[in-house]
Design a protein around this ligand. Sequence first.
Ligand SMILES: *Cc1c(COP(=O)(O)O)cnc(C)c1O
Length: 839
Amino acid sequence: MQPPEIQIRVEDDRTGLSQETLKRAFLDNLFYIQGKFPRLASKNDYYMALAYTVRDRLLKRWLSTTATYLDRQQRCVCYLSAEFLMGPHLGNNLINLGIYDQVKRAVEDLCIDFEALLEQEEEPGLGNGGLGRLAACYLDSLATQEIPAFGFGIRYEFGIFDQEIKDGWQVEITDKWLRYGNPWEIPRPEWSVEVPFGGYTERFRDERGRDRIRWIPSQTIKGIPYDTPILGYRTNTANTLRLWKAEASESFNFSAFNDGDYYGAVREKVMSENLTKVLYPNDAKVIGKQLRLEQQFFFVSCTLQHLIRILAGQNFPVARFHEKFALQLNDTHPAIAIAELMRLLLDREQMDWDAAWAIVQQSFAYTNHTLLPEALEKWPIAMFGSLLPRHLEIIYEINSRFLDEVRLRFPGDNDRLARLSLIDESGERYVRMAYLACVGSHTINGVAELHSALLKKTVLADFYEVFPEKFTNKTNGVTPRRWLVLSNPRLTDLITDAIGSRWIEHLEDLRQLESYVEDAGFRAQWRQVKYAIKQDLAAYLEKRLGIQVDPQSLFDMQVKRIHEYKRQHLNILHVATLYLRLKRDPNLEMTPRTFIFGGKAAPSYTMAKLTIKLVNAVGEIVNKDPVSRDRLKVAFVPDFNVTIGQKIYPAADLSEQISTAGMEASGTGNMKFAMNGALTIGTLDGANIEIREEVGAENFFLFGLSAAEVCELKARGYRPQDYSQSNEMLQAVLDLIADGYFSHGDRDLFRPLLDRLQSDDPFLVLADYQSYIDCQDRVSQVYRDPDQWSRKSILNTARMGKFSSDRAIREYCRDIWKVEPVPIDLAAYPFDAGSCQIQ
Ligand SMILES: *Cc1c(COP(=O)(O)O)cnc(C)c1O
């Protein structure tokens, strides 16, 4: 007789990392969570099972981190942002946990396509572009550097729209990212918060005989936190991203229900839930919609009430709020927090004004993201007052006290008072949110050296005069984990084989690659890697767009939101110029190029949408014409997002960073490209300037007017026609478009775009055209010499250390937040079943 089989499990199914345990856990989750067995399982079931398997493996880190922060009395960073453009979680968590290869093997052992499961994840597109992506990179770096930190934002049910291209035009499709469930978030309905809106305020005398104010709102909405773990790279720290969802308040409208107005009560409920329904799809432009202000106040109020509740739970005096929390305002979207914290301290905590204001000013810091006047948020007083009557009173009081100080410092200077007032009184009256942020914060920063300098000279010049000590610069950065290790495994391996893997957390170490620049073998390997990545992208373009491109050709890329200041139209004028050269001389020698564009246009931004149509129209002709099709290709990749970015950035030879100087605050796409070994063609704008300083002028293709020259030219009186009339090629290209050459003879189609270029051309496309074309010709020349190109490419990667978000976060921690790392000891919290005590 056989003895009974005794199985000894040395590994727990929820934490074990051996291949066998991972397989068992995966199948277990498929069965017990998805309720499927392999024969019935869809790709999504497999994805979910895998996601839960990975989530199980980071929960201990997450709960230990949370417990540590509750127990210790350290200062915590609270990053307040209306947008977090996280990108897919699965691959990133595998990298950060250090189990990517084991899990891949376990999944493949079950004969399941691992890549397909990664592709299955719908990315949480809860942001428009650079600003939201910056918040995501910063969360990664905070966790990696073991900094106690939370991200606070909005759980939009619909994130940024999905973009489809139909007949060359952008079509917007709603982003149903929650359709199949989100395995990464945990709702915490028991920690909900009530947020008041509307109504009026009244004075009253409290039981101690003090004159006070109370807000009688007309409505309250409930905020439910949804928590997502943010794991650091190879650390035990897993911080929390807490996003708030709006729901109907239970207490409210009970009476309507009792009065028999059942449908009225249901309508209220539906209206409440609308609040966090959709992300506004405008980038670098404000829209004065009340719902947007409601969203901003909602997530900020939820967050601040929640923070005060944490202090109460710890018996920590609210008078020392600022010792516990460093609140960062990612642009002015959360700036209403300054008035809301005042309200909570004054009305709820019954503090006096000066004490409350001191706490506020020591808690907040403000990051400005743009100089564009159309992007500076301001709210009409009437709307603001009807939605937030108490906050309007508080803002008036902040303003009055601030202007009293200004009056003392600048006697008789009434113009200055009007310029500095938090209330714009030049026409219809508005609350200026950037000004509120400046007065209520201890520190104000721009996001690149040039941007921070221009802030002090232009939009915030008056504030700089009053508070010079508040102003500083924090140049943006991006996380090398997502933008190199995860998205570019080939280059990661090549680099790591050469210099080891310390660079992943210490990006300055990439400098060691400089010693390989003269190694012909290494250069050849570098080229092989780039070639293989380009082949992958070529296969993707063929499959998705049916466009065949040559991986040997120069991959020339511009992916970013479509905006006139970013000048995608300048890029397409270059394409049309090359095409016209070929038409004029079919035997012309030309460096073959593949132009890749990607980016979404705000649905109401007509000029941007027309630019997309123009790219596709030029592509249609150039890709087909026998004279050009073997040398020039144009591809517009639809639905540019983080997932697609991970395929695009690594495959670039040339990165287009061609904004009008002075208009791009920093850019971060420029950093992702250069880290992956692309050379930049760019203006002296945003972080381009610092990238050029780091990589060396000889490894950067510079063109165009400087910010100062742009300013002078505009002051002199810019006449775009002077440039087209004196430039035969430019005129010929504009005429070709106007003639309907790219639009089947339709001469009206692109007229709005051409009229804008030839009448006012606010972004100086024509002024920079020739300089751009000349520079592109130099690019083509250098590309013809692969060895020279590879040297420059290697040096770009080698010298990008500065642009890690780890460096940026270290500076924020040291100069603004004054926070220190808190390492997490997993042994300190015996949560495991059996050793966990229930009290
Ligand atoms: C990095 C990134 C951006 C920002 O790109 P810029 O070129 O700096 O404007 C926008 N969208 C996505 C999806 C990104 O990953």
